[in-house]
Design a protein around this ligand. Structure first.
Ligand code: FAD
Length: 277
């Protein structure tokens, strides 16, 4: 099974050290690669670069995320040349969302422009993955248009896609079927978010357009501050989801680790994706 793991750049020396410990535990999953997020507008530029270095020495194959909104072609070219010079061969290419106060501007309107730019300037050097939204992007004008934009982005030169996290497997299956019917033939790997903290999950989900089904939301809410129950129930729900996806033969599993080893390892162990040592 192709497992990939996503990390974000820690903000302090302490959390950077902690990430080293957690990622070391996660190495037991033998991920095919790990990815490192990037704050749009370059807000995590140094942190992403540091974390890419850290992960490269630990895992070898690292995919930095690159978000293009607000950036110039010159800036993106310099960033990618730097990555190429340190032996990076894959990227997750995104539009990104500018933090409030950054205004607009920049020379890329959508992720498809970044994909085209990477192919134009770097040919086949980078293996490019893009984002997919089984429940549709929050700014989508319609489901049809969002699908059309996704298909165009894939056909512009992406090698694969990773989905936004979801809890409705039908949304994923329908999305993939429709994309394939429209001529996409690259892998669309489900992104999986472990459930460990209801408040944070609800905030993220509202922002990114992921639905937390009512029966999950109600149960998580009913646990209040009882984090052990939230984690235990969350583990069951997400393990069942991954199990369904694996049974259906998905091309891989991309874990949004949130820089924490334990929730991911527990799911992987329950599904016998690795053996705890
Ligand atoms: P796009 O593909 O450009 O789509 C964005 C919206 O524009 C959609 O509504 C789409 O329908 C519409 N659209 C696309 N093309 C066109 C067109 N030609 N004309 C009109 N409308 C169009 N964000 C970060 O800042 N940093 C990260 O590291 C990061 N990592 C992520 C990793 C994954 C796997 C995922 C799923 C998301 C990630 N994000 C990250 C979030 C992402 O940047 C946001 O969801 C952002 O709002 C959209 O980015 P995109 O690349 O999907 O954009």
């Amino acid at each position: 099974m192709n497992i990939s793991l996503e990390f974000f750049p820690p903000k302090t020396a302490e959390t950077q050290t902690q990430l080293g410990l957690d990622s070391q535990k996660l190495a037991a999953l033998k991920p095919s690669y790990v990815s490192v997020t990037y704050g749009a507008g370059g807000s995590t530029r140094d942190g992403t670069r540091r974390t890419v270095d850290q992960m490269k020495s630990q895992f070898g194959d690292v995919a930095p995320h690159v978000s293009c909104i607000g950036a110039t072609r010159h800036e993106i070219q310099a960033l990618l040349e730097d990555y190429r010079s340190i032996g990076i061969g894959r990227l997750v290419a995104l539009r990104g969302d500018l933090p409030s106060g950054y205004g607009q501007g920049g020379e890329f309107a959508h992720a498809i422009d970044l994909v085209r730019f990477i192919r134009e300037k770097f040919d086949d050097h980078f293996f490019i993955e893009v984002a997919a939204y089984p429940e549709f992007h929050p700014q989508a004008r319609s489901a049809d248009l969002d699908m059309q934009h996704f298909v165009e982005k894939m056909k512009a030169g992406a090698h694969g896609a990773i989905t936004q996290y979801f809890f409705n497997s039908d949304a994923y299956f329908r999305f993939v079927d429709e994309a394939y019917a429209k001529g996409v033939d690259q892998p669309i790997v489900p992104g999986i978010m472990p459930i460990t903290n209801f408040t944070q999950l609800a905030r993220f989900s509202d922002a990114c357009g992921t639905e937390i089904p009512r029966w999950i939301r109600q149960r998580l809410q009913s646990y209040g501050d009882d984090t052990a129950s939230i984690r235990a129930f969350g583990h069951e729900v997400v393990t069942d989801l991954v199990d369904q996806l694996l049974t259906a033969g998905v091309p891989g599993i991309h874990f949004y680790t949130m820089n924490k080893a334990e929730p991911v390892l527990k799911i992987a162990e329950a599904l016998k994706l690795y053996q705890a040592g």
